[in-house]
Write a protein that binds this ligand. Sequence first.
Ligand code: ARG
Length: 474
Amino acid sequence: MKLWGGRFTKATDKLVEEYTASISFDQQLWKEDIIGSLAHVAMLGKCGIIKEEEASAITEGLKKVAAVIEAGEAEFTISNEDVHMNIEKMLIEQIGPVGGKLHTGRSRNDQVALDMHLYLRARVVELIDLTVKVQEALLEQAKDNTDTILPGYTHLQRAQPVLFAHHLMAYYSMLQRDVERLMDSWKRINIFPLGAGALAGTTFPIDREYVAERLAFDAVYTNSMDAVSDRDFIIEFLSNASLLMAHLSRLCEEFILWMSNEFGFVELDDAFCTGSSIMPQKKNPDVAELVRGKTGRVYGNLMGMLTVLKGLPLAYNKDMQEDKEGMFDTVATLHGALSLFAPMIRTMKVRKEKMRQAVAEDFSNATDLADYLVNKGMPFRQAHEVVGKTVLYCIEWGKYLLDLTLEEYKQFSELFGDDIYAALDPQQVVNARNVLGGTAKNQVEKQIASAFDAVQQNQEWVQAHYKRIDVSLR
Ligand code: ARG
C-alpha cells in the first residue's frame, strides 16, 4: 500500500514504479532527511500541533530508524519510491500509526528541498577544506622554489623566464577565487525552505524560525513557492565546481607536459602514476589525465541542471528529481580530484637543473635586451627591431644571446656595452621584474607570505562552519 494510495484503485504499473523512483540514488540523503524530521517533529510538539508524547515517540522512532540504516540493515524499496517515503514507512513500522503524524504541516516538496540544502551546505564546507589543502601544497612547493627559474610561455613558446614559485602561485590565486566563490555561495545554500508545504504554506500554526535556528540556517525563504522551486543554489554550486575543475584541469595539463621527456621539468611520484601493460618503460600521469577528463562530466552536470530548470513553471515538478545525480556526481568528482591533488603536488619532484638548462638554451631574455637599449635611451620600438635582428643573427650562427661577443653586439647598436651580460643573466632577468605581482623574487615572497595568511583565514572559516553545521543525530 502506497503512502499516497487512497485516491487510487489500481496498483502502479511496475515500469512506472521503476521509472519514477529515486530511492536508488536519493538514499544517500537519509541522514539529512532524518535530521530534518527530528527538528520538524520537535517543533510540532512545541507548538502543540501534536502531543508532546507523540513527538517523543516519533523522535525515538526516527532515532531507531537511523540506527538501523547506519548499521546497513535497512531495506530501501522501489515501491516506497524515494528516501522520504521509505523512512516514513520504516518509522510507522517501528512505532505504529502515530508515525503518520510526522508529515503534518509538511510536504515532500519542502522536505526534499530541506534535505538538499542540508546536504550541499555540508559538502561545500568539505570541498572548501580540500581545496585549501591543495592551496597549502602549492604554497609549500612555491616556498621551496623561489630560486627555481624556468621559461614562462605564451602560445606554448618560450617567452620570458619566471620563478617556478611564481608559476605555481598563479594556480594558488585561481584556487583562492574558487574558495571565495564557494564561501560566498554558502549564504545562498544555507536558506531554510521547510514550512512551504507543497507550495502555498500550511494551515498549521508552525514555527519556521524555530526549526531554522535549530538546524543552524542563516535565513528562511520568505516565499513558499520560491522555497520549493529554487534550485539556483545547486546550479551555482555546479558552476563554481565547473570553474574549479577548469583550474585543476589546466594544472593537470601543465603536469602532463612537464612530465614528458620533451620538458622533463617535474617528476610526479611513482605512487601517483601508473604503467603500461605493454610498454615496460612507461610511467604515465594518469591521475592528471583523469582529472582533466572528468572536468567534462562536471560541465555536463551544470548544463544538465540548467536545462532541467529552464522552462519549468512554478512550483514543484517531478523534473526536479533530476537535480540529484548530477550534484552527487559533481561532489564525488571534486572530492576525488582534490583529495589526490594535495599529495600529488607535495610529492612531486622539481627538476630544477632541467628548468635552468631550458632557460639557458632559449631567447627568453630577448625582452631584457630590448629593455637594456631603452634604458640607454633608444625608443622601445626601435630597440625591438634591433633585438629582433640580433636574435635572427644568433639563430643563423647557432648561438644564444649570452654567447655573442661585445663586438658582435656592436654590429647591431653602438649602445651595447660590457654590462649587457649581467643584464641577460636569468637571475637578473627575473629579479628585474620587481613590480607588484611581478616575478622578482622579493615580489613572489610577498605573494607567498600573504597567501599563507589567506590560507589560515580559509582554515578558520572551514573550522567555524564545521562547527555550525554539526547538527548530527543526537
Ligand atoms: N523524490 C522526489 C524528488 O526528489 C521528492 C519530492 C516528490 N514530490 C512530489 N510531489 N512527487 O524530487
